[in-house]
Design a protein around this ligand. Structure first.
Ligand code: SF4
Length: 335
């Protein structure tokens, strides 16, 4: 919680006298949801969605519980690509202990330019039972991680919910992060209310042509706008504790693309007008032509410094005031 202390020097700028005060560490909301006996019901309802799969907006309609595979190519159980403390995520997630990242294999979106193409579209994950996934969460908490950060969770929500009960019984008490592409259905997100305290969706593009061509999902803009609205409705703007570590709220990622193909101004305007100008935004600068980008000459090149600088200027002009500071530092060493 940030407050203005009594007796601050009136000659200093307003930003200079904003300080963090100690606050009680929050208990993650899943503890109360579990205590009320609702978690098992959510897990059962999520598993039901697998039968004619409509866990995400693709609504493939395959019976994953019977082994059929849809666009995401994953069965009913968890498949994990890797797990461990991650110090490269946004600072409010990393703190001193790191973000306890569990990379789930595959993805329901599968962008042609995916910056993690090997995990999202090439590698098979290692199957993990609910007990094994629960052990991973507890292990990351015991290593001092501030949160459990599920990367690309959208197509594996039933497996996460099935593992969460045993994890809570075993003492899990750090918040969960839902780190998705933003291609999430409202029906599935409704099952996560009171379970995930932190949402970190991408808002990749609001241009349907770009979405169809590079994301293979022409409905991405409308689906992502609906998902981000629902996520913000559940958890609000980002809240930090006295260590500047996130306890609840939304962080939004937007990857700046060559030739402004991500329609950055439109995305930021949506965030300002329909979410909140206080939204914590990471304007990501790490674009490189990964995956199948070589098949598209217009995106088969690195991002130029000027393109990223224009995106930052656009954010300022559109009134987005909580930008992640790491990409701006990267500009200092830009080639
Ligand atoms: S989760 Fe997978 S199978 Fe289910 S609708 Fe989405 S892409 Fe299709």
């Amino acid at each position: 919680m940030y407050v203005r202390p009594a007796g601050g020097n009136p000659d200093r700028g307003a930003d200079a006298i904003l300080v963090a005060l100690p606050s009680a560490r929050m208990t993650p909301s899943y503890v109360e949801t579990h205590r009320r006996g609702e978690l098992a019901d959510r897990a059962a309802r999520a598993a039901e969605l697998l039968r004619e799969c409509r866990l995400c907006p693709r609504a493939c309609g395959v019976d994953r519980s019977a082994g059929e595979l849809g666009h995401c190519q994953v069965g009913p159980g968890a498949e994990v690509a890797s797990a461990g403390p991650h110090f490269g995520e946004e600072r409010p997630l990393v703190g001193r202990g790191g973000s306890g990242t569990i990379f789930l294999a595959s993805c329901n979106l599968r962008c042609v330019f995916c910056q993690n193409y090997d995990i999202s579209q090439e590698l098979r994950g290692v199957p993990a039972s609910p007990t094994e996934l629960a052990r991973m969460m507890i292990g990351l908490q015991e290593m001092g991680c501030h949160n459990i950060n599920f990367v690309t969770p959208s197509h594996q929500v039933p497996a996460i919910l099935a593992a969460l009960g045993p994890a809570i019984e075993a003492g899990l008490r750090v918040p969960l992060v839902y780190n998705s592409s933003g291609y999430d259905s409202i029906e599935t997100l409704a099952l996560l209310r009171g379970v995930f305290d932190i949402y970190m969706p991408d808002l990749k593009t609001l241009d349907p042509r770009c979405a169809e061509l590079y994301l293979r999902a022409a409905d991405y803009p409308e689906a992502a706008k609906g998902a981000v609205r629902e996520m913000h409705r559940q958890v609000g703007d980002l809240v930090l504790d006295d260590r500047a570590v996130a306890t609840r709220g939304i962080l939004l990622r937007h990857l700046v693309m060559p030739a402004d193909l991500a329609a950055t101004r439109e995305a930021l305007r949506f965030v300002r007008d329909e979410i909140s100008p206080q939204t914590y935004v990471n304007l990501m600068a790490q674009w490189h032509p990964a995956g199948e980008a070589h098949r598209f000459p217009e995106i088969d090149r690195p991002l130029r410094r000027g393109e990223y600088e224009r995106a930052v200027e656009t954010a300022a002009a559109e009134g987005i005031c909580r930008l992640d500071e790491r990409p701006a530092k990267l500009m200092l060493v830009w080639r």
